[in-house]
Design a protein around this ligand. Structure first.
Ligand code: NAG
Ligand code: NAG
Ligand code: NAG
Ligand code: NAG
Ligand code: NAG
Length: 194
């Protein structure tokens, strides 16, 4: 093979690689847009394509323009509380490190798919009407620092998997109908400030 042909193959391969990387990013971003649109929480913005979703209220993004923070606790200011179940699509926003849905009127269970958001450091679902038991998948969120589930209608036992959250600093479960004792595994949470 002549060296020049070899080099051009390399260049084509390199260009293809860049192109595919860029396409992947576009797909990932469009996917995020769909997830956010499906929630209908930003319907006042979503028709206005001049405002990028990273500029929508309650959304923060990283440098790559992936959504890293969702904070919708401001809806009560406009007395426009969000109700219904927590949209399951949310759990596809894998770069999220803060998810704050507090003080709305979410009903239904904590989706077990939540365990996919392994980057989460803050999860606040407090002051809603979330029922069912605390799913053991919560134990997969190894980077959690703050877990707030208080003032809901949660029942049943506290899963022992909570003991996997060894970085946790703050845990609030009060004002629910949890009827079990605190699992011994909680002793693994060395950083917890009780
Ligand atoms: C955006 O469009 C949807 C349906 O296409 C509509 O229900 C909604 O009211 C629109 N929002 C604004 C702010 O125009
Ligand atoms: C988690 O965060 C790191 C950097 O903080 C990032 O590189 C990674 O893509 C994020 N997403 C997942 C799913 O780990
Ligand atoms: C929760 O929302 C209600 C309105 O629905 C508001 O009066 C209250 O101050 C909010 N509480 C917190 C802790 O944000
Ligand atoms: C949770 O509440 C919904 C209605 O808000 C009800 O249909 C469902 O049965 C409840 N689930 C549990 C486990 O209590
Ligand atoms: C705890 O509550 C669940 C359902 O809410 C029930 O099935 C279970 O028997 C209760 N356990 C105790 C020890 O009261």
């Amino acid at each position: 093979m002549a060296p020049s042909i070899f080099i051009s193959i390399l260049v084509v391969a390199w260009a293809l690689c860049i192109f595919m990387h860029a396409t992947n990013m576009v797909i990932a971003l469009d996917f995020e847009a769909k997830v956010l649109q499906k929630s209908k929480w930003w319907s006042s913005y979503s028709n206005d394509t001049s405002i990028h979703r990273c500029e929508w209220r309650g959304i923060e993004c990283n440098d790559g323009r992936s959504v890293t923070e969702l904070n919708i606790n401001w809806f009560y200011i406009s007395s426009n509380l969000i109700t219904g179940t927590i949209p399951k699509e949310l759990w596809n926003l894998k770069d999220l490190f803060e998810l704050d849905l507090r003080n709305n009127t979410f009903v239904g269970p904590i989706p077990s798919a939540l365990g996919l958001l392994t980057n989460l450091s803050l999860l606040d679902l407090s002051s809603n009407e979330i029922n069912g038991s605390i799913v053991s998948e919560i134990g997969m969120l190894k980077n959690l620092l703050v877990l707030k589930l208080e003032h809901n209608k949660l029942t049943g036992p506290i899963p022992s998997s909570l003991g996997h959250l060894t970085s946790l600093r703050k845990l609030c479960l009060n004002s629910n109908q949890i009827n079990s004792s605190i699992p011994l595994e909680i002793g693994n949470m060395k950083n917890l400030g009780l």
